[in-house]
Design a protein around this ligand. Structure first.
Ligand SMILES: Cc1cc2nc3c(=O)[nH]c(=O)nc-3n(C[C@H](O)[C@H](O)[C@H](O)COP(=O)(O)OP(=O)(O)OC[C@H]3O[C@@H](n4cnc5c(N)ncnc54)[C@H](O)[C@@H]3O)c2cc1C
Length: 383
């Protein structure tokens, strides 16, 4: 049984079912809804998605990139960074896709191979027996399973109940996202405008749409009424970012276009299982999304766990090997994204004065590529 039909739950279910292990998903939403506009899947995520045969479809439904450009706030200077193709030459370094399209593809592949999905369902009780587990759902349905996987995301109630109380920690930052019409087809790479502690990104997400993502500090975790999110975007990002930013900000005149997320983190200590109940994805490791690696790690978790289960080894061995293989990668991403986050606040300005590249942009020019080479040098290792 898999608790949660999000990104990792759907990937795991597909992989298991295709390997001859039957998988049932319980998903608490009564109807599927996807929040959050777009998502970047770097080539380590594509490499893992290729194991269930969906990487090419994701790339063709989204947009493909091999470069990323940082711009100063007025878009006078840009620094171009190349990302590696870890999934082979015929898959790009990065695919960006709407969350809805990604979900549709993953759901279709799970349905095609016969995964049973129960919507509006969640787990009330998990009980370990000698050679199986008994699960009782919210509608009183009981079932006997060899293994139960909690893929229920950062606010995992299963983590709270069965791994010990560990609440997400607020990062001090918020992110606002929207999908907008793509007016300028000459925008090719992912472009991130940098300000101290702030960023504003525009990324083509398919032939018709742009994914806009804007991040800013908010140590007080201000509560904004939902109806003002578009004015918040204009007020906070309008004065800081020029270049293409005002053009896209102008397209936002309704708060309902904006998804607002206070960024939280989870760093669950080992072990990530309680007997036959094993946790994957954001339920046990979630970092600020500045490396865009959260879903990638969750997908890799699903692939590794699926392959271990399908190999037929005992459940305690599955849990032990899973921990051994996934812990170092999750910790590496956590450390690197926190470090990246700290650097975003370090002194100076990105603003170009008299057309000259600012010291910060120059620093970026010297360090961005080596940082990406290091990061992907690590991620290139087999999972
Ligand atoms: C602003 C932002 C931007 C991001 N951008 C990127 C990016 O570009 N690239 C990237 O790789 N990652 C990104 N991430 C991270 C990524 O979204 C997550 O890491 C990823 O969704 C985690 O997948 P998951 O399967 O663990 O959980 P989720 O995708 O959150 O799925 C959890 C599922 O479980 C269900 N559920 C919850 N509780 C229960 C329950 N009790 N019973 C049954 N079902 C339940 C939920 O409804 C949901 O369907 C971003 C995150 C944020 C906040």
């Amino acid at each position: 049984m898999i608790i949660g039909g999000g990104i990792s739950g759907l990937v795991l279910a597909t992989l298991l079912q295709r390997s001859g292990v039957s998988a049932t998903i319980v998903e608490k939403q009564a109807e599927w809804t996807q929040k959050g506009s777009g998502i970047h899947l770097y080539s380590n995520a594509l490499r893992a998605l290729d194991r269930i045969g969906v990487a090419h479809e994701i790339v063709s439904s989204g947009s493909a990139h091999d470069f990323y450009e940082y711009a100063d706030p007025d878009d006078i200077h840009r620094v171009r960074v190349r990302y590696p193709r870890l999934a082979g030459d015929d898959l790009p370094a990065l695919a960006t896709i709407t969350r809805q399209d990604l979900h549709d593809i993953l759901l279709q592949s799970a349905s095609d191979c016969g995964v049973e999905i129960r919507l509006g369902s969640t787990v009330e009780r998990f009980e370990e027996r000698k050679d199986h587990a008994i699960v009782t759902t919210n509608v009183g349905r009981q079932g006997r399973f060899d293994l139960v996987v909690a893929a229920d995301g950062i606010y995992s109630s299963m983590r709270d109940r069965y791994l010990g109380h560990n609440q997400p920690v607020y990062s001090g930052q918020v992110i606002l996202r929207a999908l907008l019409a793509r007016h300028d087809n000459s925008i090719d790479p992912k472009i991130m405008f940098a300000g101290v502690g702030m960023m504003f990104g525009i990324i083509p997400v398919n032939a018709d749409q742009i994914y806009m993502i804007a991040g800013m500090p908010d140590p007080e975790r201000t509560r904004h009424p939902n109806g003002v999110l578009h004015t918040l975007l204009h007020d906070r990002f309008g004065p800081v970012f020029g270049g293409l930013a005002p053009f896209y900000l102008e397209q936002i005149d309704d708060a309902r276009q904006v998804t607002y997320t206070a960024i939280e983190m989870i760093d669950q200590p080992a072990p990530w299982n309680n007997g036959r109940l094993i946790f994957i994805g954001d339920a046990v490791h979630a970092s600020p999304p500045y490396l865009a690696q959260g879903a990638a790690m969750a997908i890799e978790d699903a692939v590794v766990l699926g392959e271990l289960i399908a190999s037929g080894i005992a459940h305690d061995e599955v849990a032990a090997q899973f921990m051994l293989r996934r812990w170092p990668r999750a910790q590496f991403i956590r450390k690197t994204s926190l470090e990246r986050n700290r650097q975003r606040y370090q002194g100076g300005s990105y603003q170009s004065i008299d057309g000259k590249m600012s010291d910060r942009m120059r620093h970026l020019q010297n360090t961005a590529q080596p940082l990406i080479d290091d990061l992907y040098g690590f991620l290139a290792q087999p999972i």
